[in-house]
Design a protein around this ligand. Structure first.
Ligand code: GLV
Ligand code: MN
Ligand code: MN
Length: 413
């Protein structure tokens, strides 16, 4: 039976991990940064050496294909992929696995002259991690880019237009990456689970049923900077304390009033002017909420906005709310799920259907074709941290499931 080469896939995972490698392990490879652009050049070289036709679209999505140097509705393609950008201090598999396993599958198909009625292609989508904009590249590809790219910026204030210009791209042209209608027949992405469910259940393969929606907003409390020694405690309008109160109350609200799978996180906090002897005049929080049900997300977002105003009143200061992004939750295609399960049955692998609480490009691809995802267990359920890892045998199983799923989809499953 046709199979991927684990040594070749592992050596590529290790090679990609060198771009943005951190001294203590793990990697920081933000989209458009120098390590990311060096990784992109390396990936294009690997794709070409494997005999793929390659191209990069105006949103920076990087493609390799066993066929023409473009996707076309005349010959709808079976697409796979993931991303090569990482979170700060991230691991070496989140995203990288799906791109490199996709490349490996296409290389094996080519080397073995395995017939496939539909063209096969692999994509590395830009800024999946949303440093500048959530799932940016796949949104552009799927015609879902909304809002003004001039207003998109990283948490440190770097503007997307400048970051992309530095990498040789024009952000204002990113929407031109939109794929022609009908060019994608199906999309299947291999990814680490990033949570503990598969490992704890002893199940080698997860078949994703649905993918979470994520809402991010900037919550800014504006109080009054004051001398931290001389201002009587009762007169202070401390913006940080309002932010801290909001963080606790928003968490409590989402836990008690959200669905059983709603989650919330405040991952960035900035206090201004930021000196130990000044009462903070301004506190800025990046607040994120997740749920698979868009109605629940919408309600929680409204309720948390009301909560922010209530906190501001209690602390006698002002609050400003700025929506940053909202990704759409998605159901995976029944056809793709069934095809993955058939491939697993052929390979003798047990499966479990599960819901993805992490966002993925597949949720955008679900808007232009039939989309699905294959998960493999993550050691200890760890992800978005430097010690994120999966067993080599798990990687091999996942890549072989991807290979057989792609071939079945390309033959009209
Ligand atoms: C992607 O990794 C996410 O933040 O869910
Ligand atoms: Mn991630
Ligand atoms: Mn990912």
């Amino acid at each position: 039976m046709i199979a991927i080469s684990l040594p070749r896939l592992t050596s590529r995972i290790n090679a990609l991990a060198r771009f943005g490698a951190l001294p203590g392990g793990g990697v920081t490879r933000s989209c458009w940064s120098a390590p990311h652009e060096e990784a992109r050049a390396w990936l294009l070289g690997e794709m070409r050496a494997a005999g793929l036709a390659t191209w990069v679209d105006p949103a920076g999505n990087t493609f390799g294909s066993l066929g023409a140097r473009a996707l076309s509705p005349e010959t709808p393609a079976v697409l796979t992929g993931s991303h090569i950008d990482t979170v700060p201090e991230g691991g070496v598999l989140d995203g990288a696995l799906g791109v490199l396993a996709g490349l490996e599958c296409l290389q094996v198909v080519r080397e073995t002259n395995t017939p496939h009625a539909k063209p096969l292609a692999v994509a590395a989508w830009s800024d999946e991690e949303g440093r500048y904009g959530s799932l940016f590249g796949s949104r552009a590809f799927c015609g879902l880019l909304e809002g003004n790219v001039d207003e998109m910026a990283a948490p440190d204030g770097t503007r997307l237009v400048d970051a992309m210009a530095h990498a040789g791209f024009d952000a204002r042209r990113a929407a031109d990456a939109r794929t022609p209608k009908g060019a994608v027949s199906s999309y299947v992405e291999l990814h680490i689970e990033q949570g503990p469910r598969l490992e704890e259940a002893g199940i080698p393969i997860g078949v994703v049923e649905a993918i979470v929606g994520v809402r991010r907003s900037r919550v800014v409390f504006v109080g009054q900077a004051d001398h931290a020694g001389t201002t009587p405690m009762e007169r202070r309008r401390d913006a940080f304390l309002a932010g801290a109160d909001y963080a606790l109350r928003a968490r409590e609200h989402v836990v008690t009033r959200g669905s059983s799978v709603s989650v919330t996180n405040i991952g960035v906090v900035r206090v201004h002017p930021g000196a130990s002897n000044i009462v903070p005049g301004r506190a800025e929080l990046l607040h994120e909420m997740r749920d698979p049900d868009p109605g629940v997300l919408e309600r929680l977002a409204k309720e948390c906005a009301a909560l922010a105003h209530d906190v501001a009143r209690t602390h006698r200061l002002a609050v400003e709310l700025y929506p940053i992004s909202a990704t759409t939750p998605a159901q995976c295609s029944a056809r793709v799920q069934a095809t993955i399960e058939k491939a697993c049955a052929k390979l003798g692998l047990a499966t479990r259907r599960l819901y993805s609480a992490a966002g993925h490009d597949a949720q955008n691809l679900a808007r232009v074709g039939d989309a699905g995802m294959i998960f493999i267990p993550s050691q200890g359920g760890r992800s978005h941290r430097v010690d994120e890892m999966s067993d080599p045998a798990a990687i091999q199983r996942g890549a072989n499931v991807l290979l057989h799923t792609l071939l079945a989809l390309a033959d009209g499953a």
